[in-house]
Design a binder for this molecule. Structure first.
Ligand code: TZP
Ligand code: MG
Length: 200
């Protein structure tokens, strides 16, 4: 999971989810998370099916909705603290699927690891307007602490841009996700490539 991790955001996007995912794949992104809190079920499943077909060379994960992940044959899900627990999601998905869990504290990180998460989203690292209910910025301190105590891939998210990303990687992130710093840009592929280059 080294590198830039892409999450869709239809509200912030200039070009739309499908175009953004194509740009992400063209930039060599290995993980795509389909996150749409606003579409109705039919639209969500239809777009998820389309993106599933596009993401052949990348892992395709669904935010929140385990039943949608099952319906479209996604590679897994990404869940927050208010969603289904990791343990319950595993029951639905089985051992072969990827489950990522967002954590905002060390306790949550240890619990997600105990429940068998495959990777952790550590969030929000910095203040963000993209997810108003993301909670207080965890800062690089939490990222360093989780890095020390949890042996799972860590994806850092929340307020990350080209300027602060090097410090986030230095603090131990395996992957970084930046939404607004990518999907609001006129050239999404170039923006992602800029983040990818930070991984050498
Ligand atoms: N989860 C925690 S923070 C966040 C999500 C989905 C939003 C990150 O967006 P941005 O624009 O990169 O701050
Ligand atoms: Mg969620």
């Amino acid at each position: 999971m080294k590198g830039y991790y892409f999450i869709t955001d239809a509200r912030l996007s200039r070009a739309g989810n499908v175009s953004d995912v194509q740009s992400a794949l063209a930039a060599g992104v290995r993980v795509v998370q389909y996150r749409d809190k606003w579409a109705d079920d039919a639209a969500l499943i239809a777009e998820a099916r389309l993106l599933r077909r596009l993401c052949q060379g990348a892992f395709f994960l669904i935010n929140d909705r385990v039943e949608v992940a099952l319906a479209v044959g996604a590679d897994g899900v990404h869940l927050g603290q208010k969603d289904l627990s990791c343990r319950e999601a595993r029951r639905w998905l089985g051992a072969g699927k990827i489950i990522g869990i967002t954590v905002n504290t060390m306790e949550q990180a240890l619990e997600a690891a105990r429940q068998g998460a495959d990777y952790l989203g550590v969030a929000p690292i910095f203040a963000t307007h993209t997810k108003p209910d993301a909670g207080a910025p965890a800062g690089l301190r939490l990222l360093r602490e989780v890095r020390r105590r949890v042996n799972l891939p860590l994806i850092a998210i929340g307020g990350i841009n080209q300027d602060n990303a090097p410090a986030v990687i230095a603090a131990g992130a395996d992957g970084i996700c930046a939404i607004s710093a990518v999907v609001t840009r006129p050239d999404v592929q170039a923006a992602i490539s800029g983040f990818q280059r930070l991984f050498g």
